[in-house]
Design a protein around this ligand. Sequence first.
Ligand SMILES: NC(=O)c1ccc[n+]([C@@H]2O[C@H](COP(=O)([O-])OP(=O)(O)OC[C@H]3O[C@@H](n4cnc5c(N)ncnc54)[C@H](OP(=O)(O)O)[C@@H]3O)[C@@H](O)[C@H]2O)c1
Length: 217
Amino acid sequence: MELVTKCGIKFRSAKRPNTWVKHYDTSKEHIEWSVNNSLKMLNTDRLDLLLLHRPDPLLNPTEVAEVFNKLKEDGKVLHFGVSNFTPSQFTMLQKFLPMPLVTNQIEISLSRLDSLFNGDLDLLMERNTSAMAWSPLGGGKLVVAGEREMFSKASKYNASYSQLSLAWLLKHPAAIFPVIGTTKPERIKEAAKSLGINLDRQDWFEMLQWATGNEVA
Ligand SMILES: NC(=O)c1ccc[n+]([C@@H]2O[C@H](COP(=O)([O-])OP(=O)(O)OC[C@H]3O[C@@H](n4cnc5c(N)ncnc54)[C@H](OP(=O)(O)O)[C@@H]3O)[C@@H](O)[C@H]2O)c1
């Protein structure tokens, strides 16, 4: 088991009367506060992975490097990554850090295909860094449509459509880790079986065609 958490978004809430507008905060003070708060809430003394949740236009990479170093030296965080960063944002931040960013958590699914074609996954592959896919089942919407429309494909693999959608991500050479959202044990077990499905290349492309509504060029 690995403990992964994110920081950097400040929401408005009754618990935060001083936050009057939703905003990003990647200052060293906020990152450190956020980690200490996560450790307390999770009742642990170490996080395996900390992600900066969103690219912050006010991000100061020197300051981020300083606080990442401190958190690593203090043994509070083992590894660091980002989420929703563009390739240039990822490359820029990495330049200032002494440790490698180990992932970019981005939205990837059959209903969100941009990263396959916009350079996001290319950069991670070039750097031998894994991608994490958030909403890998399109937040659940994909499962409903897929089960209705891709029934024969699922029968061929003796799998559910959610398993096929995850197998579709796992087939990609970028070593994508799907971050599934369900907390139901039976669905987590069902999802794990997708690791044993090796989709045929033509089936992979047929699922892509189903998702885009178009044949590839
Ligand atoms: N980095 C970011 O900016 C960002 C943004 C959004 C989310 N995330 C992360 O990504 C995680 C996953 O996002 P997500 O919840 O949208 O993921 P998801 O796995 O695509 O969708 C989960 C939803 O699908 C439903 N579902 C329906 N059929 C299912 C089946 N057969 N198997 C599994 N789930 C099924 C689940 O319902 P039940 O709960 O009833 O099973 C749940 O509501 C979040 O928990 C969060 O940590 C990150």
